[in-house]
Design a protein around this ligand. Structure first.
Ligand SMILES: NC(=O)c1ccc[n+]([C@@H]2O[C@H](COP(=O)([O-])OP(=O)(O)OC[C@H]3O[C@@H](n4cnc5c(N)ncnc54)[C@H](OP(=O)(O)O)[C@@H]3O)[C@@H](O)[C@H]2O)c1
Length: 291
């Protein structure tokens, strides 16, 4: 059975993925930046009689990656699957977001997965096999207003993954991108959806507030239709067992529809589609409210 390393396993897709691989009989290194947050995962694993190896790994600390990979290989002998799952969002307009917020999203969602992959590649090249799964998003295909840092990080991840694919295929290393619609996970609790919608430190007089608040309100209102993260956890296992020919994996029917639309469009149709999805024509037309 495979040796699997997954990032951001304290909640959401990472937690579900760790359980799904363990159910499959794989040896799972379930990593998280703060192991004090392992309670939910540990309890869920115990309820099913599953065993996991829970380890600390912060994806914004690339200086720790080589030693971490070495330690796993010393212990488990190999690493067959890496799931680069950890990620964050920072909603807001470009003029309102601090440079440190922009950089943190890129460090977490782009440089983290890329540099962890780079640390692992010598191991996979020596094995002449391996599967690397990158958790992308529909925001990696469609940049919507009020969500710039996240879209930028996922677009960058998509481009890097596509470029890397044929650098490493000669060693039997396969790469896949997961595209997902909206799922009920903690990512929306962090800063996106509270009663106030925007965090208390968001610039109170920002001219962009109506746009950003309206976009967040829409996310909050759609939350009841969100999919269960178990779908993506199980998809990770299915991808790792595939022959690697499929590169982009839509996780649900929304992702399938968006993928089909976004990858087959001219610029005008793409712009119309983005405006329709964002629901922000009122903003572009200089109006004050969505209604
Ligand atoms: N939910 C959706 O609708 C959706 C859709 C498309 C794509 N995604 C992507 O799916 C991935 C997982 O997100 P989720 O929805 O499952 O949200 P989540 O429940 O918030 O999980 C995100 C995980 O990433 C971890 N994380 C954040 N910063 C980290 C760091 N520096 N080092 C290591 N781990 C870190 C979090 O740890 P803490 O517990 O310590 O915060 C948490 O375990 C993300 O890449 C996200 O962009 C989500």
């Amino acid at each position: 059975m495979a040796v699997v390393l997954i990032t951001g396993a304290s909640s959401g897709f990472g937690l579900e993925g760790a359980l799904a691989f363990a159910r499959n009989g794989d040896t799972v290194y379930a990593t998280m930046r703060d192991v004090a947050k392992c309670g939910r995962l540990q309890q869920a694993a115990a309820e099913e009689g599953l065993s996991l190896r829970i380890k600390a790994l912060d994806v914004t600390r690339p200086q720790s990656f080589d030693a971490f990979i070495r330690a796993v290989v010393e212990e488990a002998g190999r690493i067959d699957v890496l799931v680069n799952n950890a990620g964050i969002v920072r909603p807001g307009a470009l003029e309102d977001l601090s440079e440190s917020a922009l950089r943190l999203v890129m460090e977490t969602n782009f440089f983290g997965p890329l540099l962890l992959t780079r640390s692992l590649l010598p191991v996979m090249r020596a094995q002449r096999s391996g599967f690397i799964i990158m958790m992308s998003s529909l925001s990696g295909l469609a940049g919507l207003p009020g969500d710039l840092p996240y879209a930028a990080s996922k677009f960058a991840l998509e481009g890097a993954t596509e470029a890397l694919r044929h650098e490493i295929d000669r060693w039997g290393i396969r790469l896949a991108l997961v595209e997902a619609g909206m799922y009920a996970t903690a990512i929306f609790d962090s800063s996106m959806v509270g009663e106030a919608l925007l965090p208390s430190d968001y610039p109170p007089d920002s001219p962009y507030r109506p746009l950003v608040e309206s976009r967040l309100r829409e996310v909050r209102d759609r939350r009841s239709q969100a999919f269960h993260p178990r779908i993506v956890g199980e998809l990770f296992v299915a991808i790792a067992q595939s022959d690697g020919k499929q590169f982009r994996w839509p996780a649900d029917e929304v992702a399938t529809r968006v993928l089909g639309t976004m990858l087959a469009q001219d610029d005008v149709s793409r712009d119309q589609f983005l405006r329709m999805v964002a629901g922000a024509d009122w903003w572009s037309e200089g109006k004050n409210h969505a209604d």
